[in-house]
Write a protein that binds this ligand. Structure first.
Ligand SMILES: C[S@@+](CC[C@H](N)C(=O)[O-])C[C@H]1O[C@@H](n2cnc3c(N)ncnc32)[C@H](O)[C@@H]1O
Length: 301
């Protein structure tokens, strides 16, 4: 594996959270550079199995040569069907380390970073149908307004959407330079980096359907985990953390936990982490990506 592909975050806490049984079946749905996967394999004996998912073909260069390791080149929105195809109806633990890898972020042509002049792409799955340029050039103004407001929590989302629609009437907005020129008047002075990060976050979430995919994945984990099996999720912003927290606590994304006729709570998980686990100073000092990480753990009831 390339050393600089990705440095795993909250590695020890994830391993503790998974509570690994040496002969168990585990799933790492966000393989990336394989940092977490390698640690899981170390804790399995010859009967253990690790199944890893990643929708980005680049991650395949990190595949682990080990008879206990299986790789699935699919979106984790198709978790349940792929496990079935491989002959596993239920598993002992699932790990998700959400978002993009450092590799994806650092490759200019992927278009995830505002640091490089690049095309507006942002697809994690390079074969995906929708790019950031499609969103910027084709979405109606009210959709853009909603995306920047909800996914980016951008304060001037309405005027930003209007500026984009006005600019694209003249010529398509295809590169980061075009995009910055189109929205220049709306970027708050002195807060350029934070603003662009929020705008890019919104586009990335839309391009990859991240919230829908996360909700579908969480629902499937409740079906595929054995009783006592662990779900361990690291998220990097509140739009991801909220559904994880709600689903673990209540078995749903909105509203209160369902109760049966006798008043017993109907939910698939017991929460192991009342408060999300965050990185310690030592980790923050060596890995800035750990800064916004929140780890939550649930045990299947
Ligand atoms: C934060 S990185 C994971 C890093 C990994 N834990 C490590 O230690 O190297 C997230 C990875 O998950 C992949 N990914 C994100 N969302 C996905 C999805 N819905 N389906 C499959 N893979 C996904 C990305 O392509 C990326 O490689």
């Amino acid at each position: 594996m390339e050393n600089n592909y990705h440095v795993p975050v909250l590695l020890e806490a994830c391993m503790e959270g998974l509570n690994i049984k040496p002969d168990g079946v585990y799933v790492d749905v966000t393989f990336g550079g394989g940092g977490h996967s390698r640690e899981i394999l170390k804790r399995l004996n010859k009967d253990g199995v690790l199944i890893a998912f990643d929708q980005d073909p680049d991650a395949q260069r990190n595949k682990i040569d080990d008879p206990r390791f299986l790789f699935v080149d699919q979106n984790f929105a198709f978790l349940k069907n792929n496990l079935r195809l491989l002959g596993y109806k239920q598993v002992d633990g699932i790990l998700a380390d959400l978002g993009v890898s450092s590799h994806q972020f650092n490759e200019p042509e992927r278009g995830f970073s505002t640091r490089f002049e690049s095309s507006l792409d942002m697809r994690m799955d390079k074969q995906g149908d929708l790019t950031a340029a499609d969103v910027i050039n084709k979405y109606p103004e009210d959709e853009l307004h909603k995306i920047f407001g909800i996914y980016g929590e951008v304060k001037n989302a309405k005027s930003l959407a209007k500026a984009i629609v006005t600019a694209r009437m003249n010529e398509p907005v295809l590169t980061l330079a075009d995009f910055k020129k189109a929205i220049a008047a709306h970027i708050p002075k002195g807060k350029e980096n934070k603003y662009m990060a929020q705008v890019f976050q919104a586009l990335r979430i839309e391009v990859n359907g991240e919230i829908k995919v996360l909700e579908s994945f969480l629902e499937q984990t409740a079906d595929v985990l054995k009783p006592g099996g662990r779900l361990v999720v690291i998220s990097y912003h509140s739009l991801e953390d909220r559904p994880v927290k709600n689903f673990l606590a209540k078995g749903k994304f909105k509203g209160e936990v369902e109760k049966d006729f006798y008043g017993n709570q109907q939910k698939p998980f017991e929460v192991i982490t009342r408060k999300a686990i965050v990185a310690e100073e030592e980790e923050l000092a060596r890995n800035s990506r750990a800064r916004s990480a929140k780890l939550r753990i649930g045990e299947k009831l």
